[in-house]
Design a protein around this ligand. Structure first.
Ligand code: MOS
Length: 746
């Protein structure tokens, strides 16, 4: 990873440094407390009882047998489950998903809750759950992309449009000298965070304390308060660490709410930790897609039309779909551009946001279709992309806030050796006789900002304290955000205490959409700057200070001192200034949000280019990804080590998408048959060979004051297509369904 450019002085010197994770030692020594590590006194253990059918009704549960088992304290079923004050079928806010909470005996998907058993021990509750022996009347489940009639979506996954058209699609098709019409399929995938969904719920009167991993602490407080009919300030969430989230821990779901109800019913703290297999249903997933891409080009290889439709599964009771078609909106210049979403309602838990939702599946199909179009034109795939390079956002014509994608292409191609690629497939072999193929893909992910607040304190001893309820899913928020905060305060990182992961702190926003560092970081920085500004006001008005009369605009905070920018001989330590002023803490508040004007003025994305080499055994067709080079431009990189780690993780997920991950549905039962980490394949170390990540620096004055974009999700995009294209280049076989398997190449 190349060095990033030095941070300008006013940003301080903490950002840009590759600090190791501040929570690393706590995690590897087991000192870090995850939700299920909490054991309050009088704790009851809850065991979740999931439906084993996908459609029908529960007709019988042997509640008496379960309750008769020693140690079983309570069995909650629709017969005794208290109604929720807030309707779980209503959608009171964005990001609200409908869920099942034992409101009736209907089964709408496999693994939906049908009961919750509470025991003095986990063993007792587990046995009680087994004794329930549910009976059903089952209907044949509707499964998969052909399970029901498609319908056209009016709104996409996050309330965006269900269809977007720019230009004249018919004219674009008519003007095409060359055209392709290809259909790709992507599978159902499940988040499979290492830490399954877990919580400990405790009531004190009408106050609720939750130990629960949350990607969105303040939003979750509001949601639980709504469903439970209590004021939001009565909900406390402690979420210092998450064992992964990937989108699934940003939303409220049925099992969690049931455990909270159980604690209220019994008057005792309740712990629930879902088993791995129970996560395949009630906690979200990436829905399967079928995507039709129609591309047309003129004689010069320029796109006259890019028409992208996607069909995706959703549940019978909610509307979230993987918005795959919208991956085509931001990347390539085309005279006419259309993205349209269709859904199909089947008997499945509602899909949800999962790591690059929409873009991951959409980019996989788009980047392969671009490769197919290049092949049809007889063009090098990178050359074809450069001919269609968008200098303004396609469709809207908005300028990009920054876009160093050309540099990503150039550096990636150079690093990879792309110039030596033969255009025809099946041209290269390695020393073992394996077929070798090279492919590439463009990477794109939006650079959003959400809203967040933060508080910063300069203490009398010259150290700092910063607070925001951010979420660290493992991505390094504890470290990167503290670096930004320390810069805001003008202090070295080790002089700053960072408090986070608790709902008593200012709202740190959502750890999602690859916008957490930009959002929470901006709020923290602003809070620190405000505290320093207040200190400067005191110093410059104090005749005893060397900074007296300087005017605080020319004073900066650096290494715990206020310094006059143009005359560094005039400076004073924070501690001295505070002591003379009476020793009270200096507090600054900060907030972050992108103004609607800023959002309207520029298209804001992170960009990248991924190059893949695969080796395919000519007899067995075993596929190995032997090299992956990803070059990304994502604004200012706060911590190169953590950013590289995020991008690398994304690329490995891309590899997983291309070759491994798929939840297989049994069409007879509507159940996922590989609902465990033995059958649900993800790459292991041996699958990940030469993997290189580089970043290209961008100065982006528009995304936010700090110039931060996101690195969390973009690594998946581009990588899937690059690997699919490399497999074609190695074998001459174009596989239009992911994951690509040995049998697809035979
Ligand atoms: Mo995510 S799907 O923004 O955690």
């Amino acid at each position: 990873m190349p060095d990033t450019l030095p941070f300008p002085a006013r940003f301080g010197s903490n950002s840009g440094q590759p600090f190791t994770r501040r929570d690393g030692i706590a995690k590897v020594t087991g000192a870090a407390t995850f939700a299920a590590d909490n054991h309050p006194e009088h704790l009851l253990h809850a065991v979740y009882v999931p439906a084993t059918i996908a459609r029908g009704r529960v007709t019988q549960l042997d509640v008496a047998a379960a309750k008769a088992h020693p140690g079983v304290v309570e069995v909650i079923t629709p017969d005794n489950c208290p109604p929720l004050p807030g309707d779980p079928q209503s959608k009171p806010f964005m990001f609200a998903f409908r869920f099942e909470a034992l409101q009736d005996d209907t089964v709408r998907y496999a693994n939906q809750p049908i009961a919750l058993v509470l025991g003095e021990t986990l063993e007792a509750a587990t046995e009680g759950a087994r004794l329930l022996n549910p009976r059903y009347t089952a209907l044949p489940p509707r499964v998969g992309l052909d399970g029901a009639e498609p319908y056209k979506l009016e709104a996409g996954a996050f309330g965006g449009p269900g269809e977007t058209v720019h230009g004249d699609i018919a004219a674009g098709h008519a003007a095409a000298a060359q055209a392709i019409d290809v259909t790709y399929e992507t599978p159902e995938q499940y988040h499979n965070a290492m830490e399954t969904h877990a919580l400990v719920a405790q009531w004190d009167g009408d106050r609720l304390m939750l130990d629960i991993p949350s990607q969105a602490i303040a939003m979750s407080c509001a949601a639980y308060a709504f469903y439970l009919g209590i004021p939001p300030e009565n909900v406390t969430i402690r979420s210092p660490y998450l064992g992964g989230g990937f989108g699934s821990k940003a939303v409220v779901n049925g099992p969690q709410v049931l455990a909270i109800l159980a604690a209220r019913m019994t008057g005792r703290p309740v712990k629930l930790m879902l088993r791995r297999d129970q996560m395949f249903g009630p906690t979200g997933h990436r829905g399967a897609t079928r995507q039709r891409l129609r591309l047309g080009t003129d004689g010069a290889g320029k796109l006259t039309v890019l028409d992208h439709e996607s069909l995706a599964v959703t549940s019978t009771f909610d509307d979230f779909v993987e918005s795959a078609a919208f991956a085509s909106q931001g990347l390539y210049a085309a005279d006419a551009l259309r993205s349209a979403l269709y859904g199909v309602r089947v008997d499945i838990g509602t899909p949800g946001p999962m790591r690059a939702p929409g873009e991951a599946s959409g980019s996989a199909a788009l980047e392969c279709a671009m490769d197919e179009m290049a092949e049809a034109l007889g063009l090098d795939p990178l050359d074809f992309r450069l001919r269609n390079y968008a200098d303004t956002e396609p469709g809207t014509g908005r300028p990009y806030s920054s876009k160093a994608l050309r540099d990503c292409y150039a550096q990636g191609a150079e690093r990879f050796g792309w110039a030596g690629r033969p255009r025809q497939p099946r041209q290269m072999t390695d020393e073992n006789g394996c077929l070798v193929g090279w492919g590439m893909g463009s990477a794109l992910f939006a650079a959003p900002m959400f809203t967040a607040q933060a508080r910063a304190v300069l203490r009398p001893d010259g150290t700092g304290l910063v607070e925001t309820a951010a979420a660290d899913m493992g991505q390094g928020a504890w470290t990167a955000l503290a670096q930004i905060a320390a810069d805001g305060l003008g202090l070295p990182l080790d002089k700053v205490e960072f408090r986070s992961g608790h709902s008593d702190l200012p709202d740190g926003g959502v750890a999602g959409g690859s916008g957490h560092t930009a959002t929470a970081g901006s709020a923290l920085h602003a809070a620190g700057v405000e505290a320093v500004r207040r200190l400067a006001e005191i110093a410059t008005a104090d005749p005893a200070s060397p900074l007296y009369g300087a005017g605080n605009a020319s004073v900066v905070g650096r290494d715990g001192r206020l310094v006059l920018e143009n005359d560094e001989s005039r400076s004073e330590s924070y501690a001295e200034i505070i002591a003379r002023a009476g020793g009270a803490e200096i507090v600054g508040q900060g907030s972050a949000a992108r103004s609607p004007e800023a959002a309207a003025g520029h298209a804001m994305y992170s960009h990248g280019a991924v190059f893949a080499e695969v080796k395919v055994d000519p007899a067995l067709y075993q596929i190995r990804v032997s090299r992956l080079v990803g070059v990304f431009a994502a604004g200012r990189i706060i911590n190169p080590r953590l950013a590289e780690s995020q991008l690398m993780g994304g690329m490995i997920w891309g590899l997983s998408f291309a070759l491994h991950e798929e939840a297989r549905m049994d069409a007879r039962t509507g159940r996922v048959i590989n609902a465990d980490l033995a059958g649900y394949h993800i790459p292991v170390n041996a699958d990940v060979q030469g993997l290189e990540v580089l970043t290209v620096h961008e100065d982006d004055p528009h995304v936010n004051a700090l110039g931060i974009k996101g690195v969390g999700e973009i690594g998946i995009t581009g990588t899937v297509g690059a690997i699919g294209n490399a497999i074609w280049h190695a074998t001459g076989t174009r596989v239009r369904r992911f994951p690509i398997r040995i049998e697809d190449l035979l």
